[in-house]
Design a protein around this ligand. Structure first.
Ligand code: UD1
Ligand code: PEP
Length: 417
């Protein structure tokens, strides 16, 4: 199993390009199930989750062709097997995103309950409730969601909580439903908007994406389109934190600060200087950051996917920070690993109190989920000596060529087998 070996102490500097967003690309790949015409995508990140999703779609009969480094064409003409088996979906939560499109286009779907990062129970009851409201007959048996409907019917759906993939699944299903669907309490995440823009270019009639009420007027069919995946705001935020913790000075290109306000604000509170350019962000950091408290919440508030990275920078900042996680009940698994490096963190329910230490010391640690892995890299970059991170397959789900990108900024990071 691959591990990552980091020699702490390098100051990150220079320029590096960000990739397309995993959390936008995954639902957009599933949008290919909605049409019999080709969907051409560019800026698709090369990640394990993307390969898993392509295998899953391929299994269902979707044609997949690579068009150069970050381009793909998906052809839903041959879709003939609306089944997502446990074997295919066990490693990836986002596989539930095939459910809505399959019922809408094929009239039925059999999808294994998803796996993915163990950051909480992560039920899919809201996805099911929404499809039922649209007239689908849904049963859950032996770990599979089985949904059937001759044609989905538009409905008014109000989700109990803000759910990102729930909103995406229902929005995709509603595109081919008869009549109007209104999703209330919809997620406003930029990835939902990117998916809506792709669907609109395929002929869907969607308004309100990016607000908490999305209206979808169903159409008979969708056609082919070409779409460029938005930049990865979580990858961008992660590299900003990595640079900040080392007192570095970096410019991240092919990205946008437009969706990162809450993260950029916190980095400025920590003492960093951040300059926003049209398609790039510059950050320069002081030798020691100030502690910053935060609370995770749905967009546009501070993203849960950046909580672990900010925990890491607070471990060596000046002062005490309180970090409150409100989205997932088990998203503090990085804490015990950060403590192996010498961090001073106390957990009280869904709050973590982080007292900045003068230094961290390298150690062997274990990555427990995707963003936890990122936080261990950030801590390893400032720890004295060597940090060896085990189980980095989590990292390969969501960060494209991370050791190469960090090395290009001067970090001493290497993959060992
Ligand atoms: C592939 C993708 O885009 N993943 C992101 C997506 O995950 P994901 O879409 O799985 O997360 P949700 O937004 O659905 O979850 C939010 C909260 O709602 C709960 N919930 C959700 C659905 C449901 O049917 N029932 C229910 O109880 C979840 O357990 C969680 O407590 O949004 C999360 C929150 O921003 C991010 O951390 C993930 O990176
Ligand atoms: C938790 C994440 O991914 P997933 O929803 O795919 O598990 C993430 O992107 O941080």
């Amino acid at each position: 199993m691959d591990k990552l070996l980091i020699q702490g102490g390098s100051v990150l500097s220079g320029e590096v390009a960000m990739s397309g967003a995993k959390n936008a690309a995954l639902p957009i790949l599933c949008a290919s199930l909605l049409s019999a015409d080709p969907l051409e995508l560019v800026n698709v990140p090369q990640l394990n989750d993307i390969s898993t999703m392509l295998r899953l779609l391929g299994d269902m009969g979707v044609g997949v062709a690579n068009d150069g480094a970050d381009g793909l064409t998906l052809d839903g003409r041959g879709l003939n097997n609306p089944v997502a088996s446990y074997e295919m979906v066990k490693t990836m939560r986002a596989s539930i995103l095939v459910l809505g499109p399959l019922v809408a286009r094929c009239g039925e779907a059999r999808v294994s309950l998803p796996g993915g990062c163990a950051i909480g129970a992560r039920p899919v009851d809201q996805h099911i409730k929404g499809l039922q409201a649209m007239g689908a007959e849904v049963t859950v048996e032996q770990g599979y969601v089985h949904a059937k409907a001759s044609r989905l019917k538009g409905a008014r759906i109000c989700t109990d909580m803000v759910t990102v993939t729930g909103t995406e699944n229902l929005m995709m299903a509603a595109c081919l439903a008869e009549g109007e669907t209104i999703i209330e309490n919809a997620a406003r995440e930029p990835e939902v908007v990117d998916l809506a823009n792709c669907l609109i270019s395929m002929g869907a009639r969607i308004s309100g994406a990016g607000t908490d009420i999305i209206r979808i007027q169903g159409v008979e069919k969708l056609h082919g389109a070409r779409h460029s995946i938005m930049p990865d705001r979580i990858e961008t935020g992660t590299y900003l934190c990595a640079a900040a913790v080392t007192g570095g000075n970096v410019r991240l290109t092919r990205t946008s600060a437009a969706y990162l306000d809450s993260v950029v604000d916190k980095l400025m509170d920590a003492g960093c200087d951040v300059v926003v350019e049209r398609d790039a962000i510059r950050l320069s950091a002081p030798p020691r950051l100030k502690a910053v408290s935060l609370r995770t919440a749905p967009y546009p508030a501070f993203p849960t996917d950046m909580q672990a990275q900010f925990m890491a920078i607070n471990c060596v900042a000046d002062g005490v920070a309180t970090i409150r996680e409100t989205i997932f009940e088990n998203r503090f698994m990085h804490v015990s690993e950060l403590m192996r490096l010498g961090a001073n963190i106390q957990i009280e329910g869904n709050n973590a109190i982080v007292r900045g230490a003068d230094k961290l010391e390298g150690a062997t640690v274990m990555a427990t989920d995707l963003r936890a892995s990122a936080s261990l890299i950030i801590a390893g970059l400032v720890a004295r000596g060597e940090t060896l991170i085990d189980r980095i397959y989590h990292l390969d789900r969501g960060y494209e060529r991370i050791e190469e990108k960090l090395a290009s900024l001067g970090a001493s990071v290497r993959r060992v087998r």
